[in-house]
Design a protein around this ligand. Structure first.
Ligand SMILES: NC(=O)c1ccc[n+]([C@@H]2O[C@H](COP(=O)([O-])OP(=O)(O)OC[C@H]3O[C@@H](n4cnc5c(N)ncnc54)[C@H](OP(=O)(O)O)[C@@H]3O)[C@@H](O)[C@H]2O)c1
Length: 278
């Protein structure tokens, strides 16, 4: 039985992964910052040495762009140093490290798809700290997979929840029309991640739902599937911190013949109908 350590298990991706992994097939170790703080090198190393997982999945991170801008030290501590600590620990016990990353490492303002080999040029502290984390993983860990995704939603966090909150309070929501990416459900992303637990593939992979839209279109779709309404105010937002277009191409998943996430509208409808059932 494979032993899988999910780091950052209380976040959107960590929760989706926990739900997906078959308890009969994998032995799951789940930690968040209360159990193992990724910024603490010794804590990470001793937990890894004591439990000896076959695969570590790093879903921990400071993912709020504003928090990262306001507290760069915290962003680098978790997103970069945390990645380093896990990379070193994974190497020491010779296990595979699956590390999550983001479209925010790119910055082009033309409508191009980014494959895994495009040059990264992050603008925000979040993007810079995540890119530095990727480099730590690549340079310090022998067996790594880096999975980059975009606009991830799940477990009551992220943009879908923001729209639901606006509906509940009937507060008009200002939504950019000039930012494009692929909304991706944490569940679809978790399905991609699980393929790497059992296979022997390594390297950088993009994993986003099929198709893309702007934030305004994303918000309209959320309202459509909720069957509810709130005023949406279309705005043009600056692109100092994010590129206008950050649409990822899942080229490596395609070339390796791996299963890819669904169309973004289908995944979104599925997620929202799941919310209504609970
Ligand atoms: N969300 C997106 O749109 C998106 C897009 C692309 C890639 N990603 C990447 O995917 C990964 C998971 O994202 P997510 O959406 O699941 O993020 P999330 O919901 O913010 O979850 C991150 C988890 O990490 C925890 N954490 C923070 N500091 C920690 C520390 N020092 N030690 C251990 N755990 C710590 C957080 O706890 P607290 O909440 O208490 O701080 C949270 O439970 C991240 O690497 C992120 O960069 C996310």
């Amino acid at each position: 039985m494979q032993k899988v350590w999910i780091v950052g298990s209380k976040g959107s991706v960590g929760v989706a992964l926990t739900k997906l992994l078959d308890m009969r097939k994998y032995e799951l170790l789940k930690t968040d910052k209360e159990e193992v703080d990724v910024t603490d090198k010794e804590e990470v190393r001793s937990y890894a040495a004591a439990t000896r997982p076959d695969v570590i999945i790093n879903c921990a991170g400071i993912t709020d762009l504003e928090v990262c801008e306001q507290n760069p030290d915290l962003a680098y501590q978790v997103n970069t140093i945390g990645a380093r600590n896990l990379a070193v620990a994974a190497n020491e016990i010779e296990c595979k490290l699956i590390h999550m990353s983001t479209d925010d490492i790119f910055s082009l303002n033309s409508p191009e798809f980014y494959n895994e080999f495009e040059e990264a040029k992050p603008k925000s502290i979040y993007g810079k700290s995540k890119y530095a984390g990727e480099k730590m993983v690549q340079s310090l860990c022998n067996y790594f997979v880096i999975i980059r995704s975009s606009w991830v939603y799940g477990t009551g966090k992220g943009f879908v929840q923001q729209v639901i909150d606006a509906v509940d309070s009937q507060t008009p929501l200002r939504v950019p029309v000039n930012h494009y990416a692929s909304p991706t459900s944490a569940k679809e992303l978790a399905k991609v991640i699980t393929q790497f637990i059992d296979n022997d593939l390594f390297g950088i992979y993009h994993a986003v739902c099929k198709g893309y839209c702007n934030r305004y279109e994303f918000a309209k779709a959320i309202l459509k599937y909720l069957g509810k309404d709130v005023e949406l105010i279309p705005i043009e937002e600056g692109n100092e911190r994010r590129p206008d277009y950050s649409v990822l191409d899942n080229m490596m998943l395609r070339l390796d013949g791996l299963e890819q996430p669904k169309k973004w509208e289908v995944a979104l409808e599925e997620y929202i109908s799941g919310l209504e059932r609970n």
